[in-house]
Each structure stands twice: as structure tokens, then as C-alpha cells.
Design a binder for this molecule. Structure first.
Ligand code: ADP
Ligand code: MG
Length: 398
């Protein structure tokens, strides 16, 4: 059943608590990438325009509650104040910031909010109970508002007080950002137009086993690249040199190869190097020609051609995980090549779920070539595994 969205709520004059994802990178007090703030603007502006009193809550980074000194340092460096300043420049409404997560100042400021004004609560993780979904904390935070909107996809796979806790108490709805994530990911994973081709890469098989198993149910082909391919090669008895290997996943790899017969496509050639940190000898060879002492760090041109053929005619493409060590230019060609192939596919719905693959596509200029690039790394991964995300499950159905 479809979840309620902000449009299903009567927000005029109401105190609306919105869980946003303002977990942005900050260096020396400067926000280096404000994508996540931009992403929350449609929901924030809608609420402002419709006369809500908007209370924004988010975490920022990790906060160490086990060590008093570290806690103090985190509380000094992980304040949401720079985010409040940045948001003020992006919206027409007044933005208030309260440097606490509870207490009289916060309560008074909320009670003094005018319709169409915004208040940002300090970093939710300054509360030790946040990540424990502490019921007292959830009740307290819920008491500050009338309605709850979840617009933080990046934390939807976690049951914390500021999403699941508040959401289980107040009337709730999804924000526009999460609505779009759910719509696009559901379409790709559960209601995809066939043929469906999934591309799975990244470092470890262990991270992606559940994704592969779930996608095997719906995908016509699964193209595998990246470091995880080597555990499959090893399972097939190939020499893989010093390439990434998860010995304890060889049986799982064998099992997946068996289950996915006819569907799973592995690389045929790869770029190998004699050293990871300081590669002095880099060459491209077929996967059955890997010399001892070398490691595979990217897919090769024959593989890109093979993958291009497999993707030809696809109506749905789901991509998770880079094809190589794309952070180094030398080993980025496979990942960029996949971006180019997908960009050239006419009429296919294409979705990226996965933090590193998303940033590879965005940083190489392919942001507009995909139907959807998920904002949640871990959350999109769990969605593709077929798991229910607690931050979404808690939101009321229409
Ligand atoms: P995503 O975040 O998109 O889900 P992952 O986190 O699973 O992707 O994997 C990304 C990481 O995998 C990158 O840091 C990349 O360098 C690494 N990687 C890809 N291919 C290889 C390889 N052949 N050897 C070692 N690491 C690899
Ligand atoms: Mg990653």
C-alpha cells in the first residue's frame, strides 16, 4: 500500500517535525557539498508555503558517547549551525537555529515559531538515546510537534529515535525526497519493465550477496565486476594472483553461480597491476591469464564490450558498485565506461543505488544520464536486498 506523503497532511498552523538528511561534509566549518540540503528543499518549501511551523531534525556525522573527551570534541565540531546558515541562504523563510536537542530554550523557540518559519534542532546524535531509538527521548521529541514527516532516505534503514521513534507516535507522512526514492527504487526492483539488467560491483561479495540473491528473482542478467568478481573467479578455479578474495565466501560464490546459471556474466579481461599503492607495472590481460603477484583493479575493454551487448535493449538497469578502483584514474575506465554505456541506452530506466557508484557517476559528469541516483548508500542497498526499511515502514499508509 502507498505511504502518505506531505500532501496528505493538513499542515497549516501545525508544528511539523521533519527528519531531513543534513549529514553533509563539512571542512573547517565550510560545507563542501550541499546536495543533501538542496535535496530537502522541495519538502521544506512546500511546508513553508502551506503555513506550517517547520521543525527540522538531522544527525551530522558520528558522535562518540563512550569517551567524554571525544564527545566534547564531536559536540564542538559537529554542530548543525553551518547547515542552518547555509539553509538560510537557500530559502525565503526565516531560519532559526537552537544549539540544543532538548530543554526550555528549544521548547520556547518552537512555541514562538510563526507559520512559515523554520527551526533547526541541534545534531540529533548529541543525544545518546538517538541511535538506540530510546522511547523516552522519542516521546519527548514527539511532544514538540503535531505531525511528523520523514524526508531522510539515507537513515531510513536505521531505527533511530528521530525517525522511527517520533514516527511511531505522531501522525506521519513521507517527504518528497523519500517519496521519489521509494517510487523509483520500487519500480526498478519490484515493478521493472523487462528486460532487466543489473550491474553489481564494489569491493566485497559479502556486502552484495543479498542484493544478488534478491535481484536474481527479477533480473534477466546480472553483470558482475569490481573486486567481488575475484571470489567468483577463484570459485571457478582461476588464478587470481593477489586480487581481492574472500575465502570464507567461496561456497556462497559457487552457490550463486549455480543458481544464476545463464544470468550471471563475469568479466573476460581486466586491468592488473603489480602493486596497489604504488603500481609500476599495469597491463590488461584476459581473466585466465593473471600472473601470480598481480592484482585485478578494473574491468578491461573486452568486458566493457561484452557488458555493452548485454545491456543493449535493456528496459531497466540497476547499478550498484563500481567496476574497479575508480578513485584512481588508472583504474576508473571500467566504471566510467559503464556510465557511458548506460547514458547511451535509449528509453531504459536506470537507477544507481550505492554510495560509491553514485559519487563515481556524479563526479564524472553523468548525473543527468540516469533516471534516478539514490541519495542513500546503505539504505538503497538494503532496499535492493528486499528488506523493509524501518524509517519508511513506520510511516502511515494512505
Ligand atoms: P557502493 O558504495 O557503490 O555500494 P562499494 O562500497 O561496494 O560500492 O565498493 C566500492 C569500493 O570498491 C571502491 O572503494 C573501490 O575502490 C573498490 N573496488 C572496486 N573494484 C575493486 C578491485 N578490483 N579491487 C579492490 N577494490 C575494488
Ligand atoms: Mg560504498
Amino acid at each position: 500500500m502507498a505511504k502518505r506523503t506531505v500532501k496528505d497532511l493538513d499542515v497549516k498552523g501545525k508544528k511539523v517535525i521533519v527528519r531531513v538528511d543534513f549529514n553533509v561534509p563539512i571542512t573547517d566549518g565550510v560545507i563542501t557539498d550541499d546536495n543533501r540540503i538542496q535535496g530537502a528543499l522541495p519538502t521544506i518549501n512546500y511546508l513553508v508555503d502551506n503555513g506550517a511551523k517547520v521543525i527540522l531534525m538531522s544527525h551530522l556525522g558520528k558522535v562518540n558517547h563512550k569517551d567524554a573527551e571525544k564527545l566534547q570534541a564531536d559536540m564542538a565540531s559537529k554542530s548543525l549551525l553551518p547547515v542552518a546558515n547555509a539553509l538560510q541562504k537557500l530559502v525565503d523563510a526565516k531560519v532559526h537555529f537552537v544549539a540544543s536537542t532538548r530543554g526550555k530554550e528549544l521548547e520556547d523557540s518552537i512555541n514562538e515559531l510563526a507559520e512559515g518559519e523554520i527551526l533547526i534542532v541541534e545534531n540529533t546524535r548529541f543525544e545518546v538515546g538517538e541511535t538506540k531509538n530510546d522511547s523516552k527521548l522519542s516521546e519527548y521529541w514527539a511532544s514538540l510537534g503535531d505531525l511528523f514527516v520523514n524526508d531522510a532516505f539515507g537513515t531510513a534503514h536505521r531505527a533511530h529515535a528521530s525517525n522511527v521513534g517520533i514516527g511511531s507516535i505522531l501522525p506521519s507522512a513521507l517527504g518528497f525526497l523519500v517519496e521519489k526514492e521509494v517510487e523509483m527504487l520500487s519500480k526498478a526492483v519490484y515493478n521493472a519493465e523487462k528486460p532487466v539488467v543489473a550491474i553489481i560491483g564494489g569491493a566485497k561479495v559479502s556486502d552484495k550477496i543479498l542484493v544478488i540473491e534478491n535481484l536474481l528473482k527479477t533480473a534477466d542478467k546480472i553483470l558482475i565486476g569490481g573486486g567481488m568478481a575475484y571470489t567468483f573467479f577463484k570459485a571457478q578455479g582461476l588464478e587470481i594472483g593477489n586480487s581481492l578474495l574472500e575465502e570464507d565466501r567461496l561456497d556462497v560464490a559457487k552457490d550463486i553461480l549455480e543458481k544464476g546459471k545463464g544470468k550471471i556474466v563475469l568479466p573476460v579481461d581486466h586491468v592488473i597491476a603489480n602493486d596497489f599503492a604504488n603500481p609500476t607495472d599495469v597491463k590488461t590481460v584476459d581473466v585466465d591469464q593473471t600472473p601470480k603477484g598481480y592484482m585485478g583493479l578494473d574491468i578491461g575493454p573486452k568486458t566493457l564490450e561484452l557488458f555493452r551487448k548485454e545491456l543493449d535493449g535493456a528496459k531497466t538497469v540497476i547499478w550498484n558498485g563500481p567496476m574497479g578502483v575508480f578513485e584512481k584514474e588508472q583504474f576508473a575506465k571500467g566504471t566510467i565506461g559503464i556510465c557511458e554505456i548506460i547514458a547511451d541506452l535509449p528509453g531504459a530506466m536506470s537507477v544507481i543505488g550505492g554510495g560509491d557508484s553514485a559519487s563515481a557517476a556524479i563526479n564524472n559528469g553523468f548525473a543527468d544520464d540516469f533516471s534516478h541516483i539514490s541519495t542513500g548508500g546503505g539504505a538503497s542497498l538494503e532496499f535492493m536486498e528486499g528488506k523493509e526499511l524501518p524509517g519508511i515502514a513506520i510511516v502511515q499508509d494512505k
